[in-house]
Ligand binder design. Sequence first.
Ligand code: DGL
Length: 274
Amino acid sequence: MSDKKSAIGVFDSGLGGLTAIKQLKKILPNEHFIYFGDTGRVPYGTRSFETVLQYADDDMRFLMDFNIKAAVVACGTVSAIALPKLKEKFPLPIIGAINPASCTAAQVSKTKNIAVFATQATINRKAFDEELKKLDGGISVYPVACPMFVPLIEAGYIDKNCAVTRLIAAEYLEQIKDKNIDTLILGCTHYPIIKELIGDVATEVLGREIEIIDSGLEAARATKEILIKLGLQNNCEDEGSVRYFVSDETQNFKTTASIFLGEPAENVTKVSIG
Ligand code: DGL
Protein backbone atom coordinates (compact mmCIF):
# COMPACT_ATOMS: atom_id res chain seq x y z
CA MET A 1 0.00 0.00 0.00
CA SER A 2 1.26 3.48 -0.82
CA ASP A 3 1.06 6.24 1.77
CA LYS A 4 1.82 9.96 2.09
CA LYS A 5 5.55 9.27 2.04
CA SER A 6 5.41 7.26 -1.18
CA ALA A 7 6.82 8.74 -4.38
CA ILE A 8 4.89 10.37 -7.21
CA GLY A 9 5.41 8.79 -10.63
CA VAL A 10 5.91 11.06 -13.63
CA PHE A 11 6.34 9.90 -17.21
CA ASP A 12 6.80 11.10 -20.76
CA SER A 13 8.15 9.78 -24.03
CA GLY A 14 11.48 11.49 -23.30
CA LEU A 15 12.62 14.83 -21.96
CA GLY A 16 9.23 16.58 -22.08
CA GLY A 17 8.08 15.56 -18.63
CA LEU A 18 11.02 17.47 -17.17
CA THR A 19 8.93 20.62 -17.67
CA ALA A 20 6.61 19.16 -15.03
CA ILE A 21 9.48 17.87 -12.84
CA LYS A 22 11.13 21.30 -12.75
CA GLN A 23 7.95 22.84 -11.37
CA LEU A 24 7.02 19.89 -9.15
CA LYS A 25 10.38 20.12 -7.38
CA LYS A 26 9.74 23.81 -6.70
CA ILE A 27 6.17 23.60 -5.51
CA LEU A 28 6.38 20.24 -3.73
CA PRO A 29 9.95 20.30 -2.32
CA ASN A 30 9.40 17.50 0.19
CA GLU A 31 8.04 14.96 -2.27
CA HIS A 32 9.94 12.10 -3.88
CA PHE A 33 9.56 11.61 -7.63
CA ILE A 34 10.23 8.70 -9.94
CA TYR A 35 10.62 9.95 -13.50
CA PHE A 36 10.43 7.70 -16.52
CA GLY A 37 11.38 9.00 -19.98
CA ASP A 38 10.84 6.46 -22.75
CA THR A 39 13.83 7.76 -24.71
CA GLY A 40 14.23 4.48 -26.57
CA ARG A 41 10.80 4.87 -28.18
CA VAL A 42 10.42 8.65 -28.47
CA PRO A 43 8.58 10.24 -30.29
CA TYR A 44 5.08 9.06 -29.40
CA GLY A 45 3.36 11.90 -31.25
CA THR A 46 3.78 10.42 -34.71
CA ARG A 47 2.54 6.96 -33.73
CA SER A 48 -0.85 5.27 -34.01
CA PHE A 49 -3.55 5.41 -31.38
CA GLU A 50 -3.02 1.71 -30.48
CA THR A 51 0.74 2.08 -30.13
CA VAL A 52 0.43 5.08 -27.81
CA LEU A 53 -2.11 3.15 -25.68
CA GLN A 54 0.32 0.23 -25.42
CA TYR A 55 3.30 2.46 -24.54
CA ALA A 56 1.25 4.33 -21.93
CA ASP A 57 0.31 1.04 -20.33
CA ASP A 58 3.95 -0.12 -20.25
CA ASP A 59 5.06 3.19 -18.71
CA MET A 60 2.42 3.10 -15.97
CA ARG A 61 3.22 -0.51 -15.11
CA PHE A 62 6.87 0.41 -14.74
CA LEU A 63 6.01 3.23 -12.31
CA MET A 64 3.50 1.12 -10.36
CA ASP A 65 6.38 -1.13 -9.26
CA PHE A 66 7.63 1.78 -7.11
CA ASN A 67 4.45 1.76 -5.07
CA ILE A 68 3.65 5.35 -6.15
CA LYS A 69 0.82 7.32 -4.52
CA ALA A 70 -0.09 9.32 -7.64
CA ALA A 71 0.95 9.54 -11.29
CA VAL A 72 1.49 12.54 -13.53
CA VAL A 73 1.07 11.85 -17.24
CA ALA A 74 3.50 14.58 -18.22
CA CYS A 75 2.91 13.95 -21.90
CA GLY A 76 0.27 15.70 -23.99
CA THR A 77 0.07 12.83 -26.45
CA VAL A 78 -0.54 10.14 -23.82
CA SER A 79 -2.98 12.43 -22.00
CA ALA A 80 -4.92 13.02 -25.24
CA ILE A 81 -5.09 9.37 -26.17
CA ALA A 82 -4.82 7.18 -23.10
CA LEU A 83 -5.84 9.09 -19.97
CA PRO A 84 -9.38 7.65 -19.61
CA LYS A 85 -8.04 4.09 -20.11
CA LEU A 86 -5.24 4.61 -17.57
CA LYS A 87 -7.72 6.00 -15.04
CA GLU A 88 -9.96 2.98 -15.55
CA LYS A 89 -7.14 0.52 -15.14
CA PHE A 90 -4.87 1.89 -12.41
CA PRO A 91 -6.32 2.61 -8.95
CA LEU A 92 -4.57 5.85 -7.99
CA PRO A 93 -4.94 9.58 -8.72
CA ILE A 94 -3.68 10.27 -12.27
CA ILE A 95 -3.12 13.83 -13.46
CA GLY A 96 -2.96 14.58 -17.19
CA ALA A 97 -1.62 17.51 -19.22
CA ILE A 98 -4.69 18.64 -21.20
CA ASN A 99 -7.21 19.88 -18.65
CA PRO A 100 -4.90 22.03 -16.46
CA ALA A 101 -3.40 23.94 -19.43
CA SER A 102 -6.84 24.41 -21.01
CA CYS A 103 -8.31 25.85 -17.79
CA THR A 104 -5.53 28.42 -17.50
CA ALA A 105 -5.74 29.37 -21.19
CA ALA A 106 -9.52 29.81 -20.99
CA GLN A 107 -9.02 32.09 -17.97
CA VAL A 108 -6.31 34.32 -19.42
CA SER A 109 -7.45 34.71 -23.04
CA LYS A 110 -9.28 37.94 -23.75
CA THR A 111 -9.79 37.58 -27.51
CA LYS A 112 -10.93 33.95 -26.98
CA ASN A 113 -8.76 33.00 -29.91
CA ILE A 114 -6.40 30.34 -28.60
CA ALA A 115 -3.71 28.53 -30.57
CA VAL A 116 -2.49 25.06 -29.62
CA PHE A 117 0.92 23.70 -30.60
CA ALA A 118 1.06 19.94 -30.05
CA THR A 119 2.08 16.66 -31.63
CA GLN A 120 0.26 15.29 -34.67
CA ALA A 121 -1.42 12.60 -32.52
CA THR A 122 -2.75 15.17 -30.02
CA ILE A 123 -4.00 17.45 -32.81
CA ASN A 124 -5.70 14.53 -34.61
CA ARG A 125 -7.42 13.58 -31.37
CA LYS A 126 -8.79 17.16 -30.99
CA ALA A 127 -8.12 16.85 -27.26
CA PHE A 128 -7.51 20.55 -26.57
CA ASP A 129 -10.31 21.69 -28.88
CA GLU A 130 -12.84 19.61 -26.97
CA GLU A 131 -11.55 20.60 -23.55
CA LEU A 132 -11.47 24.34 -24.36
CA LYS A 133 -14.94 24.31 -25.93
CA LYS A 134 -16.27 22.48 -22.87
CA LEU A 135 -14.86 25.25 -20.68
CA ASP A 136 -16.19 28.08 -22.85
CA GLY A 137 -18.23 27.56 -25.99
CA GLY A 138 -17.17 31.00 -27.28
CA ILE A 139 -13.51 30.02 -27.67
CA SER A 140 -12.06 29.51 -31.17
CA VAL A 141 -9.18 27.03 -31.25
CA TYR A 142 -6.36 27.12 -33.81
CA PRO A 143 -4.40 23.85 -33.66
CA VAL A 144 -0.97 23.43 -35.24
CA ALA A 145 0.91 20.11 -35.33
CA CYS A 146 4.62 20.74 -34.73
CA PRO A 147 6.37 17.44 -35.54
CA MET A 148 9.85 18.97 -35.82
CA PHE A 149 10.07 20.27 -32.26
CA VAL A 150 10.43 16.96 -30.39
CA PRO A 151 13.41 15.65 -32.45
CA LEU A 152 15.12 19.04 -32.16
CA ILE A 153 14.62 19.18 -28.39
CA GLU A 154 15.66 15.55 -27.84
CA ALA A 155 18.81 16.29 -29.86
CA GLY A 156 19.60 19.28 -27.62
CA TYR A 157 18.80 22.14 -30.04
CA ILE A 158 17.28 24.13 -27.19
CA ASP A 159 19.32 27.31 -26.95
CA LYS A 160 17.22 30.46 -27.37
CA ASN A 161 19.42 31.59 -30.28
CA CYS A 162 19.55 28.26 -32.08
CA ALA A 163 18.96 29.24 -35.74
CA VAL A 164 17.41 25.99 -36.92
CA THR A 165 14.89 25.79 -34.06
CA ARG A 166 13.96 29.48 -34.53
CA LEU A 167 13.36 28.85 -38.22
CA ILE A 168 11.04 25.93 -37.49
CA ALA A 169 9.21 27.94 -34.80
CA ALA A 170 8.66 30.78 -37.30
CA GLU A 171 7.23 28.29 -39.80
CA TYR A 172 4.65 27.07 -37.27
CA LEU A 173 3.81 30.57 -36.02
CA GLU A 174 3.16 31.76 -39.60
CA GLN A 175 0.18 29.39 -39.63
CA ILE A 176 -1.64 31.39 -36.92
CA LYS A 177 -0.47 34.85 -37.95
CA ASP A 178 -3.87 36.23 -38.99
CA LYS A 179 -6.02 34.57 -36.29
CA ASN A 180 -5.89 37.34 -33.70
CA ILE A 181 -4.76 34.91 -31.03
CA ASP A 182 -3.61 36.24 -27.66
CA THR A 183 -2.83 32.88 -26.04
CA LEU A 184 -0.78 29.90 -27.19
CA ILE A 185 -0.91 26.56 -25.37
CA LEU A 186 2.27 24.51 -25.60
CA GLY A 187 0.28 21.29 -25.55
CA CYS A 188 3.24 18.97 -25.83
CA THR A 189 5.32 18.95 -22.65
CA HIS A 190 8.54 19.01 -24.66
CA TYR A 191 7.82 22.46 -26.07
CA PRO A 192 8.15 24.50 -22.84
CA ILE A 193 11.83 23.51 -22.87
CA ILE A 194 12.05 26.08 -25.71
CA LYS A 195 9.34 28.38 -24.35
CA GLU A 196 11.58 31.44 -24.36
CA LEU A 197 12.61 30.83 -27.95
CA ILE A 198 8.99 30.33 -29.05
CA GLY A 199 7.93 33.50 -27.21
CA ASP A 200 10.68 35.50 -28.81
CA VAL A 201 9.93 34.28 -32.33
CA ALA A 202 6.18 34.76 -31.72
CA THR A 203 6.75 38.44 -30.98
CA GLU A 204 8.70 38.74 -34.25
CA VAL A 205 6.18 36.87 -36.40
CA LEU A 206 2.93 38.11 -34.84
CA GLY A 207 4.18 41.62 -34.10
CA ARG A 208 2.99 41.52 -30.47
CA GLU A 209 3.47 39.59 -27.22
CA ILE A 210 1.15 36.71 -26.41
CA GLU A 211 0.46 34.56 -23.35
CA ILE A 212 2.21 31.22 -23.54
CA ILE A 213 0.82 28.39 -21.44
CA ASP A 214 3.20 25.66 -20.33
CA SER A 215 1.36 22.33 -20.09
CA GLY A 216 4.06 20.82 -17.82
CA LEU A 217 3.84 23.68 -15.33
CA GLU A 218 0.04 23.54 -15.29
CA ALA A 219 0.09 19.76 -14.74
CA ALA A 220 2.45 20.30 -11.80
CA ARG A 221 0.13 22.90 -10.25
CA ALA A 222 -2.84 20.58 -10.70
CA THR A 223 -0.87 17.79 -8.98
CA LYS A 224 -0.33 19.91 -5.88
CA GLU A 225 -4.03 20.79 -5.74
CA ILE A 226 -5.05 17.14 -6.00
CA LEU A 227 -2.57 15.98 -3.35
CA ILE A 228 -3.93 18.61 -0.96
CA LYS A 229 -7.52 17.73 -1.77
CA LEU A 230 -6.91 14.02 -1.15
CA GLY A 231 -4.74 14.56 1.93
CA LEU A 232 -1.79 12.88 0.20
CA GLN A 233 0.92 15.53 0.69
CA ASN A 234 4.11 14.31 2.31
CA ASN A 235 4.30 16.23 5.60
CA CYS A 236 7.87 15.15 6.28
CA GLU A 237 10.32 18.12 6.48
CA ASP A 238 13.16 16.28 4.71
CA GLU A 239 14.15 17.40 1.24
CA GLY A 240 12.54 15.38 -1.56
CA SER A 241 14.36 13.55 -4.35
CA VAL A 242 14.10 12.58 -8.00
CA ARG A 243 15.20 9.28 -9.52
CA TYR A 244 15.31 9.26 -13.30
CA PHE A 245 14.85 6.20 -15.51
CA VAL A 246 15.19 6.14 -19.29
CA SER A 247 14.89 3.38 -21.89
CA ASP A 248 17.93 4.40 -23.97
CA GLU A 249 21.49 5.40 -23.14
CA THR A 250 21.70 7.93 -20.35
CA GLN A 251 24.26 10.49 -21.57
CA ASN A 252 22.10 12.55 -23.97
CA PHE A 253 19.32 12.67 -21.44
CA LYS A 254 21.70 13.80 -18.67
CA THR A 255 23.20 16.56 -20.80
CA THR A 256 19.98 18.13 -22.05
CA ALA A 257 18.18 17.55 -18.74
CA SER A 258 20.93 19.35 -16.83
CA ILE A 259 20.81 22.36 -19.16
CA PHE A 260 17.06 22.59 -18.89
CA LEU A 261 16.79 21.92 -15.14
CA GLY A 262 19.69 24.26 -14.38
CA GLU A 263 21.25 21.57 -12.16
CA PRO A 264 22.85 18.19 -12.78
CA ALA A 265 20.40 15.37 -13.44
CA GLU A 266 21.92 12.78 -11.09
CA ASN A 267 20.58 9.35 -10.52
CA VAL A 268 19.78 8.37 -14.12
CA THR A 269 19.37 4.66 -14.82
CA LYS A 270 18.74 2.84 -18.07
CA VAL A 271 15.97 0.22 -17.97
CA SER A 272 14.22 -1.98 -20.52
CA ILE A 273 10.53 -1.47 -21.05
CA GLY A 274 7.69 -3.17 -22.85
N1 DGL B 1 6.12 15.28 -24.64
C1 DGL B 1 5.13 14.56 -25.33
C2 DGL B 1 3.84 15.29 -25.49
O1 DGL B 1 3.57 16.04 -24.59
C3 DGL B 1 5.51 13.61 -26.40
C4 DGL B 1 6.07 14.09 -27.64
C5 DGL B 1 6.41 12.93 -28.53
O2 DGL B 1 6.90 11.94 -28.02
O3 DGL B 1 6.13 13.01 -29.73
O4 DGL B 1 3.09 15.13 -26.41
